[in-house]
Design a protein around this ligand. Structure first.
Ligand code: MD6
Ligand code: FE
Length: 204
């Protein structure tokens, strides 16, 4: 077994195939109302390779003008984000050990060539709650380090159905996705990977 930094918990195969299919169906419904958009980097306006959407009361967005932030509305449709499915709230309650409710689920979609650079999730106002991540579809290579950029990092694969928790001392650890392994899952009919991250944004 691989040793992970304190506060990082990997639960391989947390979701059974049938649960993955149910959640995928719910995510497809959400994306029908709140379509995937491509965020751009603050200042440079460079597009991310990942496309995103959200559900819950808040969604994470980024663009050249406004930078990284949470907002109540989809940046393209201007509609409120769709409700968070009860299935995801239940997972938060099972895994988070936080009496608060999740306020946001960020939906990341990766095609075969998308990746995500090392980053910290620090746009929330509250770091006592963990971030809970669920992976659906193709396997990825995930990398996690410490709270400082440039420290040593550990890499491992995330497969469809795996849950990953960033809590405590690792809540603000740098992490990213180095690559997607194409054709490693049959869950998404056209391939690719979906990552869901459940978040508490404001102080409860
Ligand atoms: C991904 N995950 O797995 C990207 N962030 O596609 C994240 O950026 C992430 O897995 C915060 C906590 C857990 C994560
Ligand atoms: Fe992240």
């Amino acid at each position: 077994m691989q040793v992970l930094p304190p506060g990082i918990h990997l639960i391989p195969g947390y979701l059974e195939r049938s649960q993955q299919q149910e959640i995928l169906h719910e995510i497809r419904e959400i994306i029908r109302i709140a379509p995937l958009f491509r965020p751009t980097m603050p200042r440079t306006g460079r597009p991310l390779s990942v496309r995103m959407s959200s559900c819950g009361e808040l969604g994470w967005v980024s663009d050249k003008q406004g930078g990284y932030r949470y907002q109540h509305n989809h940046p393209v449709t201007a509609l409120a984000w769709p409700d968070m499915p009860q299935s995801l709230i239940n997972i938060w309650q099972e895994l988070s050990s936080c009496p608060c409710l999740p306020q946001s689920c960020l939906i990341n979609f990766y095609d075969q060539i998308a990746k995500m650079g090392l980053h910290q999730d620090k746009d929330e106002e509250y770091f006592d709650a963990p971030i809970i991540s669920l992976s659906l579809g193709d396997t990825c290579l995930f990398r996690v380090g410490s709270k400082s950029r440039g420290g040593r990092t550990t890499s491992f694969k995330l497969q469809s159905g795996d849950a990953l928790i960033l809590a405590g001392a690792s809540r603000l650890a740098f992490h990213g996705v180095d690559r997607i392994y194409p054709d490693t899952s049959t869950l998404l009919k056209n391939g690719g990977r979906i990552n869901l991250t459940l978040r508490r944004v404001t102080k409860p």
